[in-house]
Design a protein around this ligand. Structure first.
Ligand code: NAD
Length: 364
């Protein structure tokens, strides 16, 4: 009963016509930022996360603690647990689901392929099954990925480009998610919006991502691997700052149509939408390292090596005109500005008291 009260309290909106949002993956990088932003404007937010150990769980616990300070409760559980999900929907008539829980990362799929299928395919289906039977049906916004473009070489990537050449199992499961969403929209009238995020970075970020472990290794004067393509070309990413991604997620939630079914009964289908959320300005990994070197005031020891076939793609670049047209999405943070904010968070979170930190802190 105390648990139920916490769930209800966390999910209750504090503004007129506010949303009640179930945020899956709330203790994750994107989840923590979106949850805080929604709560701040008066929406009710309930988190769900299984706190798996794909990367340092203590970072997930620290994010949970931050959410707790803002009266956001995170239920510890798995999106594959239908009983738990049904219980949550019995307590709260969620208006929206922001579905961010997933097995992320492209390289880990070579070690643990089934974790991708379990979370990104089976878990997603489980969530959709619960959502389609809920009354009212929640509108769903979920995280897809730029990785669905795979080996597509037509740039910048637009939503209509081919997505039939996934380069990793991660990409394949994200693509499968889009196909599955289409089916649930078609049959049950569920309102579904997929967001293809492009390499998101920022404070509270993911330790498995290059900008994060480069920062760690550069500060420790350890060598870093910088990949080039097999034919020697530089690798580039459309690095997108977390605050821009949050604005995109909130915009997608605000413009989502209501689901048109209820209790599993179908009415006219709501629209299925898919959008790129990127920065529209790819930067090479060399340039990224250069920015970090000057921010941290340490020269990196670079090992330039050819990219193995590990699921990485050589280049990403988003066209975001569709998201701009439909909810005014416009990225505003360049990589140097965003990395400065990341480095400031990193040094303070890990208690790195040094000249480096003072320099980052001093000029803002
Ligand atoms: P993250 O790993 O930090 O967050 C995901 C969270 O989901 C984690 O806290 C994890 O514990 C939780 N989770 C995983 N499987 C679960 C399950 N079965 N049940 C309950 N919880 C589970 O990753 P992120 O960077 O915040 O990514 C959020 C979403 O955006 C993911 O769907 C990811 O695939 C997608 N995405 C991220 C990026 C990026 O650059 N960060 C790029 C493209 C797409």
């Amino acid at each position: 009963a105390a648990w139920e009260k916490q769930v209800r309290h966390s999910a209750t909106p504090r503004r007129p016509n506010g949303f009640s949002v179930l945020v899956t993956g709330a203790a994750g990088f994107v989840g923590v930022h979106c949850s805080l932003a929604l709560k701040k404007r008066g929406d009710g937010v309930l988190g769900l996360d299984n706190f798996n150990s794909y990367y340092d769980p203590s970072l997930k616990r620290a994010r949970q603690k931050l959410l707790g300070k803002h009266q956001i409760f995170v239920v510890e559980g798995d999106i594959n647990d239908a009983e738990l999900l049904n219980k949550l929907f019995d307590i709260v008539p969620f208006s929206h689901i922001l579905h961010l829980a997933a097995q992320a990362g492209v390289r880990y799929a070579m070690q643990n392929p089934l974790s991708y299928v379990n979370s990104n395919v089976a878990g997603f289906v489980n969530l959709l099954e619960v959502a389609k039977s809920a009354d009212p049906q929640p509108a769903i916004v979920w995280a897809s990925s730029s990785s669905v473009y795979g080996l597509n070489t037509e740039v910048p990537f637009s939503e209509g480009h081919r997505t039939d050449q996934p380069a990793s199992l991660y990409a394949a499961t994200k693509k499968a998610g889009e196909e599955i969403a289409h089916t649930y929209n078609h049959i049950y009238g569920l309102s579904l919006t997929g967001l293809r995020f492009f390499t998101v970075y920022g404070p509270w970020g993911r330790p498995d991502m290059a900008y994060f472990f480069f920062t760690k290794d550069i500060l420790q004067h350890k060598p870093i691997n910088v990949y080039v393509t097999p034919d020697g070309k530089e690798v580039a990413r459309d690095f997108t700052y977390i605050d821009d991604i949050v604005k995109g997620c909130v915009g997608a939630l605000d413009t989502a149509e209501k689901s048109t079914g209820s209790g599993g009964k179908k009415r006219a289908p709501a629209q299925l939408r898919v959008y790129n959320l990127g920065n529209t300005a790819p930067v090479t990994v060399n340039k990224l390292v250069g920015i970090l070197e000057s921010l941290l005031n340490v020269k990196a020891k670079k090992h330039v090596i050819k990219m193995p076939r590990n699921g990485d793609v050589p280049y990403t670049h988003a066209n975001v005109s569709l998201a701009y047209r439909d909810f005014g999405y416009k990225p505003t943070t360049d990589l140097a500005t965003g990395l400065r904010k990341f480095a400031k968070w990193y040094t303070s979170y890990y208690g790195i008291e040094s000249r480096v930190k003072k320099e980052i802190q001093s000029d803002d």
